[in-house]
Design a protein around this ligand. Structure first.
Ligand code: G1P
Length: 304
C-alpha cells in the first residue's frame, strides 16, 4: 500500500495515532473496550481517524498502543467468518462497512510499555518511518475536528511557509489549562487564519497563558521533531510532553505556524464530548436524523 512520497498529494506518508492511554475518564466501559473503539453512532473513533489520515493521502497509520489494548489494531484485521456470513446472506451494505477499515490504510502497531507521556509516544513512531519522509502527522484520536479537511490546510501552509504546522482553536480563558497554549508572534503570514508562533506551553494556569489559542490534536511536524523529543526532559505532570519538543524546535529557530480552525471539536475521550459527537453524527445520518431530531425537540420541551 505504501506509495513513493512524491506520489502523495501532501507528502505525508505516516500518521501517528497515540492510543495507549487507559481511558480513565471513560471507565468502567474502558475496562475492556479501548476508548478508540467506542462507536460514534456505528463507527469507532479509530476508523474516523483512519479515514481522515487516508483523505490526507497517508498510507500508514502508526498506532501507539499498549499490550492491554490489542483490540485497536485488531479492528483493522479481516474477519473472514463474519464476511462469509454476510456475503452468504447477501448483506452487501454491511459487508462493505465491515471491510471499509481494512482497505483504508496500513496500520502498524507500536507498543508503548509505560505511560511516559505524549512526547514519548510520538517518539516511538520514528522506527516506522522511511528515509524519504521529512514530515509526519500526529492525530490525537480523542479530538474529533469538524468539518474534515484541516490537515490538508495545514499541509498547504507547510508547503508555503515550511517548518511545522499545528491546528489551533480559540477557547475561553478559563479552559486553557487543559491544553497546550500558543504564544503568537506578531508577523503577517498573508492569511488571518495562519499565525506564526513564538512559543508553546503545556497546560499553563489561566493567568499565565500567553493566549487563548490552544492545540487541538492535529499536528504536522517536521521530522526534526524526533531529535527534539530525544532532548527534552519530563515536563508537566512528570511526562515527556510533545509541547516541550515543539517549544524546543522554536527556540532553535524552526518555523512553527498554526492554522486557526473555525469549526467544531469534540473530545471523544470523555462521555460529555462523546455524546455531543454522537448527536452531531446522528443528526447527519440518513437512518437516524429524522427520528432523533423529533425526539430531541420533544424531549427538550419537557425540561422547560
Ligand atoms: C494533549 C496535549 C495538549 C493538547 C491536547 C489536545 O493533552 O498534550 O497540548 O492541547 O492534547 O487535546 P491531553 O488532552 O492528552 O492531556
Amino acid at each position: 500500500m505504501a506509495k513513493p512520497i512524491n506520489e502523495h498529494t501532501h507528502k505525508v506518508k505516516t500518521v501517528i495515532v497515540p492510543a495507549a492511554g487507559l481511558g480513565t475518564r471513560f471507565l468502567p466501559a474502558t475496562k475492556t473496550v479501548p476508548k478508540e473503539l467506542l462507536p460514534v453512532v456505528d463507527t469507532p473513533g479509530i476508523e474516523l481517524i483512519a479515514e481522515e489520515a487516508a483523505a490526507l493521502g497517508a498510507s500508514r497509520l502508526a498506532v501507539i498502543t499498549s499490550q492491554r489494548k490489542k483490540g485497536v489494531l485488531g479492528y483493522f484485521a479481516a474477519d473472514r467468518q463474519l464476511e462469509e456470513n454476510l456475503e452468504s446472506k447477501g448483506k452487501t451494505t454491511l459487508l462493505d462497512k465491515v471491510r471499509h477499515a481494512q482497505h483504508l490504510i496500513e496500520p502498524v502497531e507500536v507498543i508503548q510499555d509505560e505511560p511516559l507521556g505524549l512526547g514519548h509516544a510520538v517518539g516511538l513512531a520514528e522506527q516506522c518511518l522511511d528515509d524519504d519522509e521529512d514530515a509526519v502527522a500526529v492525530m490525537l484520536p480523542d479530538d474529533l475536528v469538524l468539518p474534515a479537511g484541516v490537515m490538508e490546510k495545514m499541509a498547504a501552509v507547510r508547503n508555503r511557509l515550511g517548518g511545522s504546522v499545528l491546528c489551533a482553536f480559540d477557547v475561553p480563558r478559563d479552559e486553557v489549562s487543559n491544553y497546550g497554549v500558543f504564544d503568537i508572534a506578531d508577523s503577517d503570514t498573508g492569511d488571518p487564519a495562519v499565525k506564526k508562533i513564538s512559543g508553546m506551553v503545556e497546560k499553563p494556569a489561566a493567568e499565565d497563558a500567553p493566549s487563548t489559542f490552544v492545540a487541538a490534536g492535529r499536528y504536522l511536524l517536521d521530522r526534526q521533531i524526533f531529535t527534539a523529543l530525544k532532548q527534552i526532559t519530563p515536563g508537566k505532570g512528570g511526562e515527556l510532553q510533545l509541547t516541550d519538543a515543539i517549544e524546543l524546535l522554536i527556540e532553535q529557530g524552526h518555523p512553527v505556524h498554526i492554522v486557526i480552525h473555525d469549526g467544531r471539536r469534540h473530545d471523544l475521550g470523555n462521555p460529555g464530548g462523546f455524546i455531543r459527537a454522537c448527536v452531531d453524527f446522528a443528526l447527519a445520518h440518513p437512518a437516524y436524523a429524522k427520528g432523533l431530531r423529533r425526539y430531541l425537540t420533544q424531549r427538550l420541551k419537557q425540561d422547560d
